[in-house]
Structure formats: structure tokens, C-alpha cells
Write a protein that binds this ligand. Structure first.
Ligand code: ADP
Ligand code: MG
Length: 707
């Protein structure tokens, strides 16, 4: 175990983004007029021309060849949630028969991967199976190195012949446009004239587990589903809370050193790393960037995480709940909106004007999250996340918003005219021209809220650890864009926009404050309280996904040109199918493990036990306790066989339901998962009473405490 990357000899400043065709590289390698034009194109101020594409392709190829790449790929994000790629070499045969390395503007701009195998939910008619990929100018290309093999990756959008989005990037980009459009209207109406662009910033914190590869390989469930479908908590779980920010073992330290090296090289600004709450669980967070770039980088980060772990004889688990009884893994999506003149609209400012804007944006978010909570919930709905939400230290499936005491008091004061005492005892006065001077740091900490204000950003914590950030950010952006549009309409027709914004702040907060909850989101009381407040509690994926096609949601998303009705219907179809398939695989693995490994192993152990007891009885050994255990084991063994067969039959029923995706997914959720839980309870009981040597799989102790 030696550290490979000595940053004294390889300064980070030299390594960082050395494999990334970012702004710095382009500035160096492109003619200045092309570089400037590309900047305008990236900001959406100009359309991409063939001349620019040609010049960029040429520079990009030269850069990639010098790095040692032979192939390039358009890199896209189909609805599976992972990424897809098809590699082409730069090679072509020149007129004289000689090999030349070529890459045209046309090849940079567009690819035509055969897309018939990607899920599309009926969007692409079979006669037009082709999908198109188009260069995303706003996300930098990079070179991915695998054991010295270098390939140029070009982030692209993926769509059908008639322009329908077949991926997660296109709707995300559309949602960024929508929020920019509406936020600019709000700013203009309030007299801000200098801002030209608005961007959404996203900073992801990625949680993951590491397990030793040797134990991982012995668990068919981990290999095929990413989680343990059976297993009991080891004698030590996370009850001592000694893992959060705990010391990082030598082996993991060395792994993290290489992880950082690989991330930095492709320009991912990995910043923070620490031990997480569960044993074997860790977090890595990169510095925030614009939503689209952050989303791409997080997809890449997940891949790099896995490949570096493999090199260290470990497996990185990104499943939302790999182990029952300890924390699952999420992805905290830190979200804010900024202007190109450097203002974070979620940052309280120094002047009353700044604060007016801050409070207006804040109350827009309150309204957006209250009204579109079901859509936002749907954006975090996956089979994996169903196990996590509402379980150990994870936000429940209820969307609420944490503002902190101080900010809540200020809003209460504004709307109800109750006196507000500043922390220094001074009483605030509020009127049109006297908004409160807001305290700079209002970051109380609350880790139990799915949507927490943390000083100058919101942290959406519901996202699952393996998910793409595109979906959640698309829905957040859409929801906020919609409320901004309403505000812009009101401000544009108001005689006194400033006074109107104060009216809006009060109105929005008064009407939507039910979403604000500063207490413990993990408590049972909150579930009851939320119900009293009328907040939706959508506990499972199948129910949540159906929110995608609720008419009000479709209408809103169409209005802002983020999704068409067909695109939403296709997503519902695809995501339900993915849900059913995942449950199907997990259930199949359970049946297989129970039938072919666990039942035979316990049967053997039981007969050994009985043989032993016979001998023991002959020599007069008291065997009552052993008899009890043998009795219990044989009862559980019978139940295991019975529930296993029942699960198998239920699974066959589910598989036969092919003509209606929704009914099938419902059946998986209602019937199959219940049988799975049944089977698990019996198997887990068997594990507790079976000789460790006889148990056919490594247990939680090996998986969680050996790094
Ligand atoms: P904590 O664990 O306290 O929430 P971390 O430092 O682990 O904080 O992660 C915070 C994340 O939020 C980082 O990715 C950081 O870059 C990001 N972030 C900071 N400021 C903003 C902002 N204005 N908008 C979006 N993300 C931000
Ligand atoms: Mg955090």
C-alpha cells in the first residue's frame, strides 16, 4: 500500500484539469476570435456555426492526439441514469492511402448512435430507431484515462429525429434556460439593468460505501444488485456514532489520494472528503459549478470512484441502501442562483435593495417547493431510494423546507407585524423603505430536512447516491422558474414594483409557510404534523413517478418548454420499467441465494447439529438449549423454503403482466416487495443461529468493518 501520487513533485496546479479541454485550454489553443465567438455561443447569445465547430474540432483533436488519445466518443446520458458512449478512432485513410488522424466540425457537432437499445418509453417509432447526439458546448470535453488508454470524451445531448429529448441533459438545459428567462424578467422589473445572464449553481456531496473486494465477490446480491438483500447488523452498528468525521484508515487514505488525483486531472474540483455516519461509508464533495457541468462531473466522478476503488481491491457501492440497519447513501444537491455580475440571489446582501431581492427569491422558493413538492419528490424516486427515505437518518419522503429560526422569525415578523428582536436586542422596523438589515450568517444547522437553507444556498438532500443530478435539478429549476414567471407578470404590471415585491413576499410566505419546518424531520411526530398541514407524503417510487403526468405538472413543464407531454409520458414509462426490473432482479437473486446456497447450507448444518446432539446425549450432555436452537432453525428453514417458493410464484405472476407497465410496477411494489421482506426476515433469523463457518456468505461484520 504505497501512495502513488506525491503532490510535492506533481503540484496540483499542474495536474488540475490537465485532461480537460476547458476554458483555459481553449483560450490557449483557439484563435482569439473563435474563442470569443464560442464564449457567446456558450452563453446562448449566438448560434453555433460550422466555422466555429471546424476550428474547435481541429484544436480539440490536436490537443487529444498530443495527450495520446486515438479515439473520441460522444458521451451522453440516456434515461437509464448512467452514461453511454460509442468510440470512434480519429483514423481515416487519405487520398494517397496513408493514415491520417481526422476530426471534422461535423463529427464534433453530431453523432448518430444506433439508439434502438436505449429505453425511450415509446418516443421513437421503430422505423426511426436512430438517435442523435449533439455537442454540448457548455460542458468541457475531457480525456478519460483507463490504465494508460486515453479517450476523448465529448459531452453531448441525445434526442430523436424530431427533436424529442431521449436523455436527461436536454431537459436540464431547457430548465436552466427557463429559470434564466424568468429570473431576468424579475430583475429587469426591479430595475436591475446590468445582469445579462443567470446561472444555477450546483455543488454535489456524494456519499458511498467501500467494501473489500474479496468479500464483495462472495456476495451475489452485491454483485448483481448493488445491495445486500439478506444480512444482519453486526454486533456493532453505528450506534456509537463514532464514524461521522471519524479517522480515515490508511487503506482508504491511499485510495482517496488516488481518487483526488484522477478527479483533479479531469478538472473535477474535489474539495472535501470525510468518513460518513455508517461504518464503511464516506463522502466526497466537489466545489460547485453551473448545474449542467456539475451534473456531468458527478456522473464522471461516480465512474472514477468505482474504477479507483477496483484498483485498490475494493468496491465502491453507490446504492442508496446497501445495508439494512445503518445509514443509506444520498447525494446532497447544493443549489443556488447567481447573476453574471457576481450576485448570489440566495445570499442576503448589505443593502435594503439586496435584501428585498433575497427575500423575494427566498419566498419564491418557498412557494415553488410547496406547490411542486410532488414533482420534486418524483425527481428522487428510485427503487434504491425507497429503501433509504424515511429510514436511518435520511429525510422522510415528505418534502419540507428548513429556514432556521432567525430567518423564519424575520419572515413571521414581516407578515404578521410581530416585533422582531435582532440578536443584539435591537427591534427591527419594516416598511417599504425599511427592510430589515439581515444578519450575514443565518446558518443554523439542521441535517434532518430534505430541503435546507444553509446560508446562501439550499441543500436538497433527498437525491439518491446513484442518481444523476439532472432530474432533480430539472424539476427544481422548473418549479422556481414557474413562480418567477408569476412574479415577473405581477411586477411588470405594477406601478410600484418595489411595493409589489413586498406584497408578494408577504403573500407567498403567508400562503405557503406550511412547507417550512425547522424541527426534527426524522421524528414520527413530524409525519403526523405534516399530515395535519396537508403536505403530501408520497412514500414510494411507483406513486411518486405518477406525479410526472398529473395535468397541472404537464401543463407547467410544457409552458416553460422543459418537457412535452409525450416526453413526460415516456419518462413515466421508462422509470416504471426500470423500477420493475430492479425489483425483479433483487427478488430473483433472493430466490437464488435462498434455494441454492442458504437452504442447503443450513440443512447441512442442522443435520450436523442433530448428529452431534445424538452423540452428546449418549454421553449424558444436557442438550435442551441446543434442541431449542435446532427446533428454531428447522422451523425457519421450512418458512424460508415456503416463502422462497411463494416469492418465486409471485415473481412469475409479475413477469406475466407485460401489457400494462403501471399495473406491473404496482404489483412489484405491493406484492413482490412484501414477499421479499417476508423471505428476508426468515433468512436473517437463520443467519443469527447458524454457525458462522457454515453460512455461505460473508456477513455485515466482514463487509462493514474490515477497511
Ligand atoms: P456541508 O457538509 O456542511 O453541507 P460541504 O462543504 O460538504 O458542506 O459541501 C457543500 C457543497 O456546497 C460543496 O459542494 C460546495 O461547493 C457547495 N456550495 C457552496 N456554495 C454554494 C452555492 N452558492 N451554490 C451551490 N453550491 C454551493
Ligand atoms: Mg452537506
Amino acid at each position: 500500500m504505497t501512495v502513488q501520487y506525491d503532490f510535492a513533485n506533481h503540484p496540483v496546479s499542474e495536474i488540475f484539469a490537465s485532461n480537460c479541454f476547458n476554458e483555459t485550454a481553449m483560450k490557449k489553443l483557439l484563435p482569439i476570435d473563435i474563442y470569443n465567438e464560442l464564449q457567446d455561443i456558450q452563453h446562448g447569445d449566438k448560434d453555433l456555426t460550422p466555422a466555429v465547430a471546424e476550428a474547435v474540432a481541429s484544436a480539440m483533436k490536436q490537443w487529444a492526439l498530443e495527450k495520446g488519445a486515438t479515439h473520441y466518443t460522444h458521451w451522453f446520458q440516456p434515461l437509464t441514469g448512467s452514461t453511454a458512449e460509442k468510440h470512434d478512432s480519429f483514423l481515416s485513410i487519405g487520398k494517397n492511402g496513408k493514415v491520417v488522424m481526422d476530426f471534422s466540425g461535423k463529427e464534433l457537432l453530431q453523432g448518430e448512435p444506433d439508439a434502438s437499445s436505449f429505453p425511450n418509453g415509446g418516443l421513437r417509432a421503430t422505423f426511426e430507431a436512430r438517435g442523435y447526439t449533439a455537442w454540448d458546448t457548455s460542458s468541457p470535453a475531457f480525456i478519460k484515462e483507463t490504465e494508460g488508454v486515453k479517450t476523448l470524451y465529448i459531452p453531448t445531448a441525445f434526442f430523436s429525429y424530431n427533436g424529442q429529448a431521449l436523455d436527461k441533459k436536454v431537459p436540464l438545459l431547457r430548465s436552466c434556460d427557463a429559470i434564466e428567462r424568468q429570473a431576468l424578467r424579475v430583475l429587469r422589473a426591479l430595475g436591475h439593468t446590468t445582469t445579462r445572464h443567470i446561472t444555477v449553481s450546483v455543488g454535489p456531496e456524494q456519499e458511498y460505501f467501500l467494501v473489500d473486494r474479496e468479500y464483495y465477490e462472495k456476495r451475489i446480491d452485491l454483485r448483481l444488485t448493488g445491495r445486500t438483500v439478506f444480512g444482519n447488523l453486526a454486533a456493532k452498528g453505528q450506534e456509537l456514532d463514532d464514524h461521522y468525521f471519524g479517522s480515515i484508515s490508511d487503506r482508504v487514505t491511499v485510495f482517496m489520494n488516488e481518487l483526488n488525483y484522477e478527479l483533479w486531472k479531469v478538472g473535477i474540483p474535489s474539495k472535501t472528503q470525510h468518513k460518513e455516519v455508517a461504518p464503511g461509508q464516506f463522502e466526497v464533495a466537489a466545489i460547485f459549478d453551473v448545474a449542467n457541468v456539475s451534473t456531468d462531473q458527478n456522473q464522471l466522478l461516480m465512474r472514477i470512484l468505482k474504477s479507483v476503488a477496483r484498483r485498490h481491491d475494493m468496491k465502491a457501492l453507490l446504492h442508496e441502501k446497501p445495508f439494512a440497519g445503518v445509514n443509506g447513501s444520498g447525494k446532497h444537491n447544493n443549489w443556488s442562483i447567481a447573476t453574471d455580475d457576481g450576485q448570489n440571489l440566495l445570499s442576503p446582501g448589505d443593502s435594503p435593495e439586496d435584501n428585498l431581492l433575497f427575500l423575494l427569491v427566498l419566498t419564491c422558493l418557498i412557494k415553488a417547493v410547496d406547490i411542486y413538492a410532488p414533482l420534486i419528490r418524483a425527481s428522487a424516486a428510485t427503487a434504491g431510494n425507497d429503501h433509504r427515505l424515511g429510514q436511518n437518518e435520511a429525510p422522510p419522503a415528505i418534502i419540507s423546507m428548513y429556514l432556521g429560526e432567525q430567518l423564519t422569525e424575520i419572515l413571521e415578523h414581516l407578515t404578521t407585524n410581530t416585533p422582531y428582536k435582532k440578536r443584539n436586542g435591537e427591534i427591527l422596523k419594516v416598511g417599504v423603505n425599511a427592510l430589515p438589515g439581515l444578519p450575514k450568517d443565518m446558518t443554523d444547522r439542521n441535517r434532518t430536512s430534505p430541503f435546507a437553507f444553509t446560508g446562501n444556498k439550499f441543500e436538497f438532500r433527498m437525491v439518491g447516491s446513484s442518481q444523476s443530478l439532472a432530474g432533480p435539478n430539472t424539476m427544481l429549476n422548473a418549479a422556481v422558474a414557474d413562480i418567477f414567471a408569476e412574479v415577473a407578470d405581477r411586477l411588470e404590471s405594477a406601478t410600484d414594483p418595489k411595493a409589489e415585491s413586498i406584497t408578494l413576499i408577504k403573500e407567498f410566505y403567508r400562503n405557503h409557510k406550511r412547507i417550512v419546518f425547522n424541527g426534527n424531520g426524522y421524528s414520527k411526530q413530524w409525519v403526523d404534523e405534516a399530515q395535519r398541514r396537508g403536505l403530501p407524503n408520497i412514500p414510494n417510487t411507483v406513486a411518486a413517478l405518477q406525479q410526472l403526468v398529473v395535468p397541472e405538472h404537464v401543463e407547467m413543464l410544457e409552458r416553460h418548454c422543459i418537457f412535452s407531454k409525450e416526453e413526460l409520458e415516456s419518462r413515466l414509462e421508462v422509470y416504471l420499467e426500470i423500477y420493475s426490473k430492479q425489483v425483479n432482479i433483487e427478488a430473483g437473486v433472493m430466490v437464488e441465494m435462498a434455494r441454492r446456497s442458504i437452504v442447503p447450507a443450513v440443512t447441512r448444518y442442522l443435520s450436523e447439529l442433530c448428529d452431534d446432539m445424538k452423540v452428546q446425549k449418549q454421553v449424558g450432555f444436557a442438550t435442551e438449549e441446543l434442541e431449542k436452537i435446532a427446533g428454531l432453525l428447522s422451523r425457519e428453514l421450512n418458512e424460508t423454503i415456503k416463502t422462497g417458493e411463494l416469492l418465486h410464484i409471485t415473481l412469475a405472476q409479475a413477469l406475466a403482466m407485460t401489457d400494462d407497465t403501471l399495473s406491473q410496477a404496482k404489483f412489484y411494489h405491493e406484492e413482490v416487495t412484501e414477499r421479499m421482506a417476508d423471505l428476508r426476515s426468515h433468512v436473517d433469523m437463520l443467519e443469527t443461529y447458524t454457525d458462522k463457518q457454515a453460512w455461505p456468505f460473508p456477513g455485515y461484520e466482514e463487509l462493514l468493518f474490515r477497511l
